[in-house]
Design a protein. Sequence first.
Length: 68
Amino acid sequence: MVVLRGNHLLNFNYMKEKSKGLGDSIEKFTKATGIKKIVDTVNRARGKKDCGCNKRKNSLNEMFPYKK
């Protein structure tokens, strides 16, 4: 994904890889919209280190893969 901000083009590294399944697509969406950063900030404030996102992402990728 390329975003135009001022005179600069910003490339996001997480958008370059193809999604293996639904979990990867959801992760890309939450990173692009800033939801992931908010969740991580709230979890740090609550004293939690892991929100379970990676486990959830892997489960969704297994249940709904794009290609086998």
